[in-house]
Design a protein around this ligand. Structure first.
Ligand SMILES: [Zn+2]
Length: 259
């Protein structure tokens, strides 16, 4: 599953390379992966804005057309220099008037695109300047949910997936099982700082390294403190990193450094 930084990297590239471009023709090459008449809606439309919310991509076209793209496991959305030259795993192509193309490539074909009227209600973006310690404290107030599960709730903080929720809690020194509402001011401030630091660092690394969605974790692996490191030494205290199941997902943490 691509994490938010990969999706943000995809969006940044698209903004740089294709925002403002005219789609002369949109073609869906694999029926069933698109809902709504994407070909008709997007042909002749200009890509005005690329927006990311959590792990969702929204392509805003002229004529109030909004295309929601979810990359799922192996999807990627990027610009190719010639829209006539496509690899077999391209599921949709937006031919640009300058001869280039925006392709939706997806080897496993699990990704989806859909025309939508409105954007979904999602939680705060961790890198939005409006996401402050006070906002996090407000969300946490009275919550009996475990910190890790709370952080992965896209309705609270959007885009903090399994990897980065664990990483942020480690950096903040907070036990992932701790009830969110019991965290004091100082610990919430530390958690907020850790979330912002972890996410901004990851976005930069992924964007710089690029790589394909689904592969970035390898480029990121050296930066990870606890995720995927069960039994390996904690980078701070040297004790073995532990793993437990929370909300159906694996949580990695240090039982000594995180209280
Ligand atoms: Zn430790």
């Amino acid at each position: 599953m691509p994490e938010m930084p990969e999706v943000e990297a995809v969006c940044r590239r698209l903004r740089e390379e294709a925002e403002g471009c005219l789609v002369s023709r949109a073609r869906v090459l694999r029926a069933g992966m698109a809902s709504g008449d994407v070909e008709t809606a997007c042909s002749g439309a200009r890509l005005e804005r690329v927006e990311r919310r959590g792990k969702n991509i929204f392509l805003h076209f002229s004529g109030d057309v909004i295309l929601h793209v979810h990359l799922r496991m192996t999807g990627n959305l990027y610009v190719v220099p010639d829209h006539r030259l496509l690899v077999s795993t391209v599921r949709a192509v937006f031919e640009l008037s300058d001869g280039r193309g925006i392709v939706f490539e997806d080897p496993r074909a699990l990704g989806r695109m859909a025309l939508v009227e409105t954007l979904p209600e999602l939680g705060w973006e961790p890198l939005d300047p409006g996401f402050t310690v006070a906002v996090l404290a407000g969300l946490a107030k009275g919550s009996k949910r475990e910190a890790k599960v709370f952080l992965m709730d896209q309705g609270k903080v959007a885009g903090l997936g399994n990897i980065y929720a664990a990483e942020a809690l480690f950096r903040a020194g907070i036990d992932p099982r701790r009830a969110m509402g019991t965290l004091g001011k100082a610990r919430l401030a530390r958690l907020h700082g850790a979330i912002v630091m972890v996410m901004s660092g990851a976005v930069e690394t992924v964007y710089e390294e690029w790589g394909r969605p689904g592969n970035f974790v390898e480029a990121e692996r050296e930066r990870l403190q606890v995720y995927g490191r069960e039994g390996e030494g904690c980078r701070v205290c040297g004790r073995g990193v532990l793993r437990l199941a929370q909300g159906g997902r694996s949580t990695y943490f240090c039982g000594f450094c995180q209280r």
